[in-house]
Design a protein around this ligand. Structure first.
Ligand code: PMV
Length: 344
């Protein structure tokens, strides 16, 4: 028998960063993210049961055996629930709408798309059709086993992953939808991504998480992240506390990179252009009084977050003042998005 599933799944940008894990992808602190829209993975999975077991991976139409190690590791974590993964001929064909490995969480969109395809095919094999809240939690938990941040890509607008004080439904095992808790002011936010560099980053997130285990400031970081989460959750509510939102967002981004630079095996992922852009953001915000702020992922690229209502003025400043810092003169105009979509 042959089965096929196609899903589009977005990347996400963490406002409170997940950096440090233990056991099987369990986070050392809770994290909260906006789900993106333009940056996504489109994936089709084709499964033929009763054939010689095999795994073929295509990326942008070309064979990509380099992805096999990560995908096989993911399969071995979940194949007791999906035994057909080990006994079927499987083809995974995907492409991203953004540069792979440039610190724009490509593993979040790819692993959430893969979790969705697997769950969808399992439903087809077992004749299930219902996609209730429990279904989405299970997909989030599976996605987490592929890449921690992928657990958050499963939900529209905003998601929270990790046990958080005072948030009863929160869990280290899966993310929970957070859209309903966020003032619509934020769910209309743009995310203009300034691509400072679009080649593979020097140190992977996997290594970065590992280095946190021996990091001299790890304890302080996890405490601060938990406090920042509580304060951000409050800032996102009614009425929105924009100044607090901005200060937490930027502080989290700087903490993330300061941790990379201050561990026992230090490394630097930002570039001189990243610092120049940050200074330009601070200067522009002071002069214009517009609510624009930056955040960073595990890479040199800068995410500018601001309300859609100010897009014209902000994009005009971006083009005149920030585009020259982008080595590739490239930017991605993204925004808070509506979550994964099944495609035919
Ligand atoms: O999901 P991972 O293992 O690629 O880690 C992602 C870590 C950050 O992107 C830096 C932060 C986050 O919470 O997404």
């Amino acid at each position: 028998m042959s089965y096929k599933a196609s899903w589009r799944s977005p990347s996400n940008i963490a406002l409170i960063k997940y950096w440090g894990k233990h056991e099987l992808q369990l986070p050392r602190n809770p994290s909260l993210s906006f789900t993106l829209s333009a940056c996504h993975t489109n994936m089709t999975m084709t499964v033929s049961t009763g054939e010689h077991p095999s795994l073929t991976i295509l990326y942008e139409g070309n064979p990509k055996p380099a992805f096999a190690t990560k995908i096989n590791a993911f399969f071995s974590r979940i194949d007791s629930y999906f035994p057909w993964l080990r006994t079927s001929s499987i083809l995974i064909d995907s492409f991203n709408t953004f540069p792979h490995g440039a610190g724009i969480a490509s593993s979040a969109s790819a692993m959430s798309a893969l979790a969705l395809c697997i769950k969808d095919i399992d439903d087809q094999i077992n004749g299930r059709t219902n996609k209730d809240a429990g279904w989405w939690s299970q997909v989030s938990e599976m996605a987490r086993l592929g890449s921690g941040s992928a657990s958050r890509s499963v939900f529209p607008k905003a998601a929270l992953w990790g046990t958080a004080t005072g948030i009863v439904a929160s869990s280290d095992h899966f993310a929970i939808p957070w859209q309903a808790e966020v003032n619509p002011f934020y769910t209309s936010f743009e995310d203009t991504i300034l691509v400072v560099k679009d080649d593979e980053k020097a140190v992977s997130s996997t290594v970065g998480h590992q280095l946190m285990e021996l990091h001299p400031y790890a304890g302080a970081r996890y405490t601060t992240a938990k406090e920042n989460l509580t304060r951000l959750v409050d800032a996102l509510r009614n009425p929105p506390l924009v100044d607090r939102f901005i200060s937490i967002c930027e502080s989290e981004a700087l903490h993330l990179h300061a941790l990379m630079m201050s561990g026992t095996n230090p490394f630097v992922l930002i570039e001189p252009a990243t610092i120049s852009i940050i200074k330009e953001v601070w200067r522009f915000r002071k002069e214009s009084a517009l609510p624009v702020c930056f955040t960073l992922d595990a890479g040199p690229n800068v995410h500018l977050l601001y309300p859609a209502a100010h897009k014209t003025e902000i994009m005009s400043w971006v083009k005149s003042h920030l585009l020259p810092y982008c080595a590739t003169e490239k930017l991605i105009e993204d925004r808070v998005g509506s979550g994964p979509e099944k495609i035919s």
